[in-house]
Ligand binder design. Structure first.
Ligand code: SAM
Length: 276
């Protein structure tokens, strides 16, 4: 392996750590797919290392699922996981959710976990319009997303830590990305503006469990949205950041040494409207 290969493999491995933290979302996110007809085609937007394409394939082995992402190395991990489990109904393709290679009205369902409707990742309007374009009329749409910094433990914990160790003004106003999506009704309005109907938005709260401090640090520093800031810390800042992180998460420590952190996201379900 070259050092670049090793770095990208390390990013995929760090990214994959989040799977156990987010697994609780899968059931509420995927329940609505139980009603899809046999052999329906579902696209997972921003599938990363195969989530939630792979849990959906386990739940509905008859579906044809395409997981798309712009980061090929994450999809390599997703393919390896599918192959290790003998899952043959999911196809992972490098593709942007902003310009999908699917014909108009050709898809029965769209799913996304922390991909679509993620503030600061992709623009809401164009990606929702693209989702509406590829879905057949009545097609199913089910998306889980973070709506603000505080209820997402990854940014809620890492941002104050970085601000403690870096000079003032170095860490951007990340909260501003979420200023709109955190507002009551904002996401529903965007989904409605794209022509979706029967929109239901619920809050989902759970406790995300991390086995130990090192795993949490590896995720935050190696895969989270703030990884580039952790990557640029000098040795002194890194030591201070590790200590600040350990102090911050100590309130969530369980007797067994794991950490249980509260998390809240939104799950939005809707149906594609009739073709214009
Ligand atoms: C927060 S991660 C979520 C990954 C996965 N859904 C999960 O739950 O583990 C967001 C993903 O969106 C992908 N992404 C970002 N912009 C994208 C775009 N324009 N089109 C497709 N994927 C994109 C990233 O590469 C990343 O894998």
């Amino acid at each position: 392996m070259t050092s670049t290969d090793e770095q990208t493999a390390a990013v995929a491995a760090a990214h994959d750590l989040i799977q156990s933290y987010l697994v609780a979302i899968n059931n509420p996110l995927l329940t609505s797919f139980d009603s899809l007809p046999d052999n329906a085609h579902v696209v997972d937007l921003g599938s990363g290392t195969g989530e939630p394409a792979l849990p959906l394939a386990r739940r509905r082995p008859d579906l044809r699922i395409t997981g798309i992402d712009i980061t090929p190395t994450l999809l390599d991990t997703a393919r390896a996981k599918a192959s290790a489990e003998g899952i043959t109904t999911v196809d992972f393709r490098t593709m942007s959710m902003e310009k999908m290679e699917f014909a108009d009205g050709s898809v029965d369902g769209i799913v996304s976990r922390m991909g679509l409707l993620m503030a600061g990742l992709t623009p809401f309007g164009p990606t929702l319009a693209e989702a509406a374009r590829v879905l057949r009329p009545g097609g199913l749409f089910s998306v889980a997303t973070w709506t603000d910094v505080a209820s997402n433990p990854y940014t809620g914990i890492a941002l104050p830590v970085l601000r403690q160790v870096l000079p003032e003004g170095t860490v951007p106003d990340f909260e501003a990305h979420f200023a709109e999506s955190a507002q009551e009704g904002a996401l529903e309005r965007h989904v409605g503006d794209a022509g979706f109907t029967q929109i239901e938005a619920t809050w989902f709260t759970w406790q995300t469990e991390c086995p130990d401090f090192e795993t949490w640090w590896q995720f935050e520093a190696g895969a989270g949205r703030l990884k580039s800031f952790f990557g640029n810390l000098d040795d002194h800042q890194r030591t201070a950041a590790r200590q600040a992180m350990a102090d911050t998460i100590s309130q969530y420590r369980t007797p067994s040494g794991s950490y249980l952190m509260p998390a809240t996201c939104r799950i939005i379900t809707a149906h594609a409207g009739p073709r214009a």
